[in-house]
Ligand binder design. Structure first.
Ligand code: 9MR
Length: 761
């Protein structure tokens, strides 16, 4: 029973589920289960104790239910793919909107295994009101959860989804109970010590700032200790009042004058000692590599070599081998076209198996611009992005590895172009993905859904123009044919976009993949024209750039740039790539003006971030907006050499790496406490211990005030912006990984690594 579990457009107002708490009770027997729901609330489950058979419970055809022992047991066959390939369920459970329920059961698995317990709509779209992933053990445990029903529903379903295991196993359940009238549990994140630092480290000659959460309103003393516990510096905090992004009263600490390299430093203030950090520089060098290595294991259309990425090897996904139905001859959605395309290859967008041209576009652009920057900027060190730096199958081919990786995606973007002779020839299909959502976990090669091309869009076409024009420039020294092929594709796509300037992706076309809709593509036109102009110098594109309203507008959005807001990309390219643009000096100065604005935001922010939306709502993927704003700061540094911009970049990364309200790093493997359960169908260790966590150097999307997924809605309702995050694999709205979020991370990591001790010239 396929259960589209994510990114369904649920109107937020309709969802009031609150405060789910998953508690494994310590006593290992079923009888120790103590309900906290009000005594007079009726039991909703029929026959949850299995004392006389198991009706009305049902199982999928591959399960033989056995209640002869007084528990409900079943041998679960191996070799199934999806969680819903084996289900034990009960239907017709009545839910009352606004009522808080307690759901509990005893569960046991041999061998131990993570199961899935759902209370959901029994039909498409299978909306989940409770989604739990109990870690079932051989000795057995009691589990309890609470949730508040957002709906009145006479026929909800309780479903234990237990499929998806390669090996056979046995499950036993008992004392299944659902009662109303429970007190909602309140989720309180463990935020550790109240002194918040960059848990990875600070550059010796860079700024060093920290934030203290405290009730105190007057300045407090602080102490800096080195790794041997010696007091090496002291001073006083600066009270900053209540920070609106966290709701906390905070002070800041500035210890920038301390420059000695070392490991294991701590900061102490108000009786609390921070997590440890280093002063040094090697960590950004490592992050430059890790954040880029992320892309290889996102590759579609090729087997991932375990020798190159130990622990991450897997068969090729979507190469036309069953059960995959793509991606070598993919048809359109019904009625959209009557041809098929070979669109194998490219990177999977995120935790899903979709491939989207708009998002692939900004990602491959930022990798290529990272390379371009390294060649051009005064502090750039292109050899550190050179051949044999990323351990790729292509390493050793005399092409910089970062370009080999970019090409993997660029080839895919080219393949999405509508062929000559077909309607809308020259445009690019907006995206390709499954015809309905798959669940987690699911390795790419096991996806059996129908893959479809979606209608061409102007936005996708312009992303193809921009990246192909840029590739024509960047690849020229390495592969003339590839460069020429890109330039030709860019010109064709440009003409097609001009002829079809308003073909917008349908916001409702989001079953099985993200919509990536955008009803204003004037900024994509500007960016695309800029890249074409920079690669060709042609008057047509120069005139378009000069006439675009984005050329003189204030493009430095308060919220930042992203896949749907690309004018700033065009502006920064025009500022940094040499050309004969008549007003180039004005364009260069405008980047510094944008950077000054972000710097002012950062300075006013007690957590030091260049992001403070005036509605005090953090966006989906807030971390990528924050890092993208740091790219504007970094570009201003490259253009002007002014230290304050570089300092702003470094301070921004302090937030990403731990100086934040949750006291955690958002990059896997960096910092003492870091995200590691990002939403992904194949790095799904939280759901299946046989799978890996996301690789080192993977950025999480981060706090998102709109909390669209059920886990966030259950646990984070009413969150202050910085608290709208949970490191749970099912929280796809706050904790996903994507190709367009790691791109700015790798860009900034490379920029900082190029600054040596923070004082490179
Ligand atoms: O990153 C995207 C974000 O800006 C949008 O608000 C959101 C909803 O449309 O979609 C995000 O993109 C997701 C995409 O739709 C599907 N793949 C995973 C992406 C990250 O969550």
């Amino acid at each position: 029973m396929p259960r589209p579990h994510w990114r369904r457009p649920v109107p937020l107002a309709a969802v009031t589920a609150v405060a789910l708490a998953a508690t494994v009770l310590t006593a290992p027997t079923a009888s120790a289960y103590t309900p906290v729901a009000s005594a007079d609330a009726p039991e909703q489950i029929v026959n949850g104790t299995f004392d006389a058979g198991h009706a009305p419970w049902w199982g999928t055809g591959n399960l033989a239910l056995d209640s002869s022992t007084g528990q409900l047991c079943a041998d679960v066959p191996g070799g199934t793919v999806n969680p819903w390939d084996a289900i034990i369920g009960q239907d017709n459970i009545a839910l009352v909107a606004g009522e808080t329920y307690e759901f509990g059961f005893f569960g046991q698995a041999t061998p131990g295994r993570v199961g899935k317990a759902l209370i959901q709509l029994p039909v498409d779209p299978y909306t989940q009101y409770l989604s739990a992933t109990p870690e079932l053990s051989v000795s057995g445990n009691n589990y309890r959860y609470t949730f508040t029903s957002p709906v009145d529903l006479p026929n909800a379903q309780v479903a234990f989804q237990i499929g998806g295991s390669a090996e056979p196993w046995r499950i036993c359940l008992d004392d299944v109970s659902l009662t109303g009238g429970a007190e909602p549990d309140v989720y309180v994140p463990d935020t550790g010590p109240r002194v918040r630092v960059n848990q990875v480290g600070y550059l010796p000659k860079g700024p060093k700032n920290a934030t203290v959460v405290t009730e105190a309103t007057a300045a407090l003393p602080f102490q800096l200790h080195d790794g041997a516990g010696r007091l090496v510096k002291q001073g006083r905090t600066t009270p900053r009042g209540v920070d609106q992004s966290s709701g906390q009263n905070v002070h800041t600490i500035d210890f920038g004058h301390y420059t000695r390299v070392g490991t294991g430093y701590t900061l102490t203030a108000d009786g609390e000692t921070s997590r440890p950090f280093d002063i040094g520089s090697g960590f950004y060098e490592q992050l430059r590599t890790d954040a880029l290595k992320f892309y290889y294991t996102q590759r579609s259309g090729t087997a991932i070599s375990d020798a190159l990425r130990p622990g991450y090897g897997r068969p090729a996904g979507h190469v036309g081998v069953a059960p995959n139905t793509g991606d070598t001859a993919v048809p359109c959605q019904p009625g959209v076209c009557d041809y098929t395309l070979d669109v194998s290859g490219g990177w999977y967008d995120a935790g899903d198996h979709g491939k989207y041209v708009v998002n692939g576009g900004i990602s491959v652009h930022q990798l290529m611009s990272e390379y371009e920057r390294s060649v051009r900027a005064d502090t750039g060190q292109p050899w550190l992005l050179g051949d044999r730096t990323l351990n790729l199958p292509e390493s050793g081919n005399r092409v910089p590895d970062i370009l080999d990786e970019a090409r993997w995606e660029q080839e895919f973007l080219l393949s999405m172009q509508v062929p000559a002779g077909e309607p809308l020839a020259g445009m690019a299909h907006h995206k390709i993905h499954d015809d309905s959502w798959t669940g987690l976990p699911l390795l790419p090669h096991l996806d059996d859904k129908r893959r479809e091309l979606h209608p061409p869009s102007t936005a996708a076409t312009l992303n193809l123009v921009a990246t192909a024009a840029q590739a024509a420039r960047v690849f020229k020294p390495y592969d003339r044919n590839f460069a020429d092929r890109n330039l030709a594709a860019a010109r064709t796509a440009w003409a097609a976009a001009k002829a079809n300037p308003q073909r917008y992706a349908d916001p409702a076309d989001a079953n099985g993949g993200g919509a990536y809709n955008d009803a204003d593509v004037s900024d994509e036109f500007y960016w695309a024209a800029a890249e074409l102009y920079l690669s060709t110098g042609a008057k047509e594109y120069r005139d378009f750039v000069l006439a675009s309203p984005h050329h003189t507008a204030d493009v430095w959005r308060e919220r930042g740039l992203d896949w749907g807001n690309t004018a700033a990309l065009g502006r920064m390219q025009l500022a940094t790539v040499p050309s004969g643009l008549p007003d180039r000096s004005r364009v260069r100065a405008s980047v510094a003006q944008g950077a000054d604005r972000y710097l002012a935001t950062l300075k006013a922010h007690p957590y030091g971030i260049p992001y403070s939306p005036s509605d005090n709502l953090f966006d989906w993927g807030s971390n990528n907006l924050i890092v993208n704003n740091a790219i504007v700061l970094a570009t201003a540094f490259d253009l002007t050499g002014q230290d304050r911009y570089r300092a702003g970049v470094l301070e921004t990364m302090d937030y990403i790496l731990g100086r934040n309200a949750l006291n955690q790093s958002y990059v896997t493997g960096y910092g003492e406490v870091a995200s590691r359960n990002q939403h992904s169908r194949w790095y799904a260790r939280q759901l299946n211990p046989d799978l890996p966590n996301p690789p080192r150097g993977t950025l999480s999307g981060g706090p998102n005030s709109a909390i669209q997924d059920p886990v966030a809605q259950q646990k984070l309702r009413g969150c202050a912006p910085q608290f709208c995050y949970i490191d749970d694999i099912e929280s796809w709205a706050t904790n996903e990984l994507t190709i367009n979020w790691n791109a700015p991370l790798s860009w900034i990591a490379a920029f900082i690594a190029d600054q040596d001790n923070g004082d490179a010239r």
